[in-house]
Ligand binder design. Sequence first.
Ligand SMILES: *Cc1c(COP(=O)(O)O)cnc(C)c1O
Length: 497
Amino acid sequence: MYYESTRNSTLKIASAEAIVQGISPDGGLFVPCGIPSLTLDEISSFGKLSYPEIAERVFSLYLTDFSADEIRNCVKSAYCTGSFETENVDELKTLRRGLNILELWHGPTCAFKDMALQILPHLLTASVRKTGTDKKVCVLVATSGDTGKAALEGFKDAPGTNILVFYPENGVSAMQKLQMTTQDGSNVGVCAIKGNFDDAQTGVKKIFTDPAVAEKLSENGIMFSSANSINWGRLAPQIVYYVAAYAKLVEAGELELGEKLNVTVPTGNFGNILAAYYAKCMGVPIGKLICASNSNNVLTDFLRTGVYDRNRRFYTTISPSMDILVSSNLERLLYHLSGGDSDYISGLFAELSSKGRFEVSDGIKKSLRELFWADFCTDGETKAAISDTYKSFGYTVDTHTGVAVGVYNKYLADTGDKTCALIASTASPYKFPDAVLSALGASCGGDEFEKAETLCKISGLPIPKALSELRSKKPRFTGSVERGEMLGYVYEALGIK
Ligand SMILES: *Cc1c(COP(=O)(O)O)cnc(C)c1O
């Protein structure tokens, strides 16, 4: 199995190289040259396997340059060391017949990003070894909240790596800030910047692409890498849970083998829903892919009209991890739907960067309509969905999952399609207690931990240890820098003069 760039299909590299490089030098993303397939019998046999065992099977199809031992070691280190609070890594909850929730937030940071970021460091260090470099890897991250913490937890104390995270001083929730400033590990650094998320992101990109910086790092035996969701090493692990969920629903008698399953995903950067698309292409009987957005509904419009237009107002919502106007993983989908036409894709994305807009061909529009259904929820609709779900099923969802539930209800009302449904649940409600409590009509007084206790009484869900433990932890990283001082911070953290 080789990987090619969405902007240059003649470039073909092995998966280890794709994971180390993160993004192709032509600006494209790496995609598998052919999508491997699973038979229904194979999928059905997964019903009896554990999550790590299913992960091994799926990875062996995509990471063909890895030995079985290398894959097993990566999987074990990620999913079998007790960092997930439940035995199954993820959890399926059936709310009623035909309506299932896939809880992806039992990892150390209580958001679905753990599913991939717990294994990426192991895939990356194995890939670095395979490509024959002896350099140390420094992972730089700019975060608006969830990614930074998940990357820190994944990379802490990973041999041969350093991780440095920048976050906007006033741009993350109180809980998210505490999660990052109290981070343990000997190879981690966390730094607030005086600016917003875009400033942090721009600063990191500048450091990343400055040849003089790369040269200086290289002299010191260090190279940069990325933990961003454009890295194939973050996407592949997400395919696993859709394959596993289908197999488990069949095993539980919720589905007949071969029966269709509609999947609803709360979407920002398009990584999670793209993983469901790959699972469908592999032969998992997935029906509609239902794309749920918040008021930043650029994807709703695109999937309905074929016109992607980022020239619009940006909203700050109660589902902040979906506050995104450029969904980078969409490029991978369009590449596949164009039949691997990298010239065409390069043209579209050149237009996006020059005009902020592109329109796809009629053929692709048709495929989009067949594969997807899309809608969005405002904050008010999201809160109503959280409240309805609680009233109907006694089940509490976070704000991102609330968007997905609200959109799924719109889908049902619009189409009447009773196909069995799976909704991806991407965060623990304890990560966003203010909005969840307010949706449930409860008071939001006190500090983050008192709010968690109120939510615990209402929801009956145990407070994740990873969050309650923060109460007794002392912040280690209290510094902040000006935007122009980020490179200085990086050099200092890496001991470079
Ligand atoms: C990142 C994130 C999303 C969006 O996922 P994408 O793969 O970027 O579409 C949704 N919900 C939560 C809680 C997240 O952290």
